[in-house]
Design a protein around this ligand. Structure first.
Ligand SMILES: Cc1ncc(C[n+]2csc(CCOP(=O)(O)OP(=O)(O)O)c2C)c(N)n1
Ligand SMILES: [Mg+2]
Length: 587
């Protein structure tokens, strides 16, 4: 069962300042005349070092890969560009705009293949910096050459090509400004081949690190929101990813307790509020918890924090008839899909703090609402929902039910020191309502365009950010086809992750008894949405440890073994003989 990886290097955490402050610059190379010799690529590497970048995902080739290695930034090569971009995304997702995932791929095929990962980051508002290799200046815009500036418009927050060596510092300043400020999103820099190989004149080497600037909503909007919350009969809070990105999770807890409002987390916001808290309603994708459904249906005032309130099949619907108080840092999200009764454009943590202060001023320091009554109602709603699901979560059916696997995760993992993520399809639908998220980013929810296979590279990126944590992705066998070779990336680089693979030889969302959308003609006659594999064996062939689980009793021990092996620096894949899960907590 256990095999030694082909080549194993223990991943050592790179020593950066870790506080977002610039590191020392490397010594400059000099030519005979004592003049620093630095081309555009070397200057970018130096700026990345100055910005505290510790590693860069990549798929060869791109001249920046050697240049960053020279200045002590670790390049990690993935097996395909999409994965490299997604790992940078995973790193950014849990770094709250304090650190950023950086990625480099080559021109043409590399730039084209990166699209899926970039689109995913764009849809989910994730700040990543992607360097695409570029053609020479005289080939830009000439068919069939790919130009990022033309082709990535509409999929990114910002995209620029470098047209002159004098411009490198300005492009990089705009890039880091965009990463730190406004709506988060992917920032693309196209490294025009011949231009970036030229010397950057000393006078143009003037890079200054841009700072983060945060806004507070107008005082009148805060006062209106406070009044609406204090007058509410049944308030609730809808917490999005922006709560975590702004460092607002503690403030959120304080506010929820102050106004006795239960908290629902969106899928990307899952883990912004500890799901063990008595005011926690849990999280929701298209599926959600019983308590969340009750408050989404019956609340009269909803305070949405750090959320775009985007309508998506991977989110809960907001029922009409509520007063909506909407906080976002992006004015374009206000009134996009939902009419905002009160809009609060600004940083989420600062907004919550301003709300708390305003409410306390009016109550003379007293809390609002009946907290213990509300907590009792949440507990009752949870008990009602769990009465229905308890037998499913603890069932001993074989092939093993998805829910039994999720129960084993809840029973076995040290939630506060783990990072768990899902993949597209039934794994996501099943786990989002039932896995208990604890500390911020202990769960990474994702997916509006929802790229299958994101789980492996995402969790490698998370492991790069937190080598001390148990980092695990739950995926289906269909998803493995999209990114499974990056198990080799994890094994080779020592970013020791655990992949829990629900092997049902099917795509449950398309071929399940009631969930199926693929017709019997294509399924039964031609096998569309059926596939087979022994993924534990494949993992072993790529230098990881493969474990097979066919009985429910083996789940806990396999997860414990995975934790032990990860701690030794070994990547693990647990291949579970699973059912074609058809049950969903939908309302
Ligand atoms: C790149 C991409 N293509 C297609 C899809 C649509 N899709 C969502 S789930 C799924 C099947 C997933 O099958 P599997 O990973 O085996 O999970 P299961 O539902 O069986 O648990 C597909 C094709 C997608 N999300 N991403
Ligand atoms: Mg499957």
């Amino acid at each position: 069962m256990l095999i030694a990886p082909y080549r194993h290097r223990i991943y050592r955490q790179q020593q950066g300042s870790g506080d977002g402050m610039p590191n020392d610059l490397p010594a400059k190379a000099s030519d005979a005349a004592g003049r620093p010799d630095m081309n555009g690529i070397d200057y970018i590497a130096q700026i990345l070092k100055q910005e505290g970048v510790e590693w860069m995902s990549c798929f060869p080739s791109n001249p920046l890969i050697s240049a960053v290695a020279k200045v002590g930034i670790r390049p990690v090569a993935f097996r395909h560009e999409r994965g490299a971009v997604m790992a940078a995304d995973g790193y950014s997702r849990i770094s709250d705009r304090q650190k950023f995932g950086v990625c480099a791929v080559q021109a043409q095929a590399g730039a084209e293949n990166a699209m899926g990962g970039i689109a995913q980051a764009y849809a989910d508002n994730i700040p990543i910096l992607v360097f695409l290799g570029g053609n020479n200046l005289d080939r830009l815009s000439v068919k069939p050459n790919f130009t990022a500036v033309q082709n990535y418009q509409g999929w990114v927050k910002q995209v620029e090509a470098i047209y002159t060596p004098n411009q490198v510092g300005d492009v990089m300043r705009r890039a880091f400004h965009a990463l730190r400020n406004g709506t988060p999103g992917p920032v693309i820099v196209e490294l025009t081949g011949d231009v970036c190989a030229q010397e950057v004149p000393e006078a143009a080497r003037t890079y200054k690190s841009p700072k983060m600037h945060r806004q507070v909503p107008e005082p009148a909007a805060i006062a209106d929101a406070a009044a609406a919350l204090m007058g509410a009969k049944r308030p609730m809070i809808w917490a999005g990813q922006g709560v975590m990105f702004s460092g607002g999770t503690e403030a959120l807890r304080e506010l929820a307790e102050l106004i006795a409002a239960p908290v629902f987390c969106t899928m990307p916001g899952k883990s912004a509020f500890d799901e063990r808290h008595p005011l926690a309603l849990g999280a929701g994708s298209g599926t959600t918890t019983g308590p969340a459904n009750e408050w989404l249906t019956s609340s009269d005032v909803m305070l949405a924090l750090g959320s775009s309130l985007t309508r998506t099949p991977y989110g809960q619907k907001i029922q009409p008839g509520k007063t909506i108080i909407h906080n976002t840092n992006n004015p374009d999200d206000l009134n996009k899909d939902e009419a905002a009764d009160i809009g609060m454009v600004g940083d989420t943590r600062l907004t919550i703090e301003a709300l708390i202060e305003c409410i306390l001023e009016q109550t003379g320091g007293e809390s609002v609402g009946e907290r213990s009554k509300t907590e009792g109602e949440v507990a009752a709603a949870k008990a009602k929902w769990m009465a229905e699901w308890e037998p499913v979560l603890n069932g001993d059916e074989e092939p093993i039910s998805y829910y039994r696997v999720i129960q084993a995760l809840n029973d076995t993992l040290d939630g506060e020191n783990s990072i768990v993520t899902h993949d597209a399809g039934a794994p996501r639908d099943s786990i989002v309502p039932f896995y208990t998220a604890t500390t911020p980013h202990s769960y990474v929810g994702w997916g509006k365009t929802t790229h299958l296979g994101f789980g492996i590279p995402l969790i490698i990126g998370a492991k790069m950010a937190h080598p001390e944590k148990f980092c695990m992705n739950l995926m289906g066998d269909g998803a493995f086809g999209m990114s499974g070779t990056d198990i080799e990336t994890a094994a080779r680089s020592g970013a020791a992750i655990t992949t829990v693979l629900l092997n049902n030889s099917a795509m449950a969302t398309y071929s399940g008894p009631t969930q199926g959308t693929i017709g019997a003609e294509a399924r039964e006659e031609y096998g569309v949405s059926t596939m087979h594999g022994n993924y534990a064996k494949i993992a072993e062939g790529m230098g990881a440890v493969g474990l097979r689980v066919t009985k429910t009793a083996e789940l806990g021990p396999a997860l414990k073994e995975a934790q032990r092996l990860n701690a030794e620096g070994r990547t693990v894949l647990i291949d579970i003989a699973a059912n074609v899960e058809d049950r969903r907590s939908r309302f």
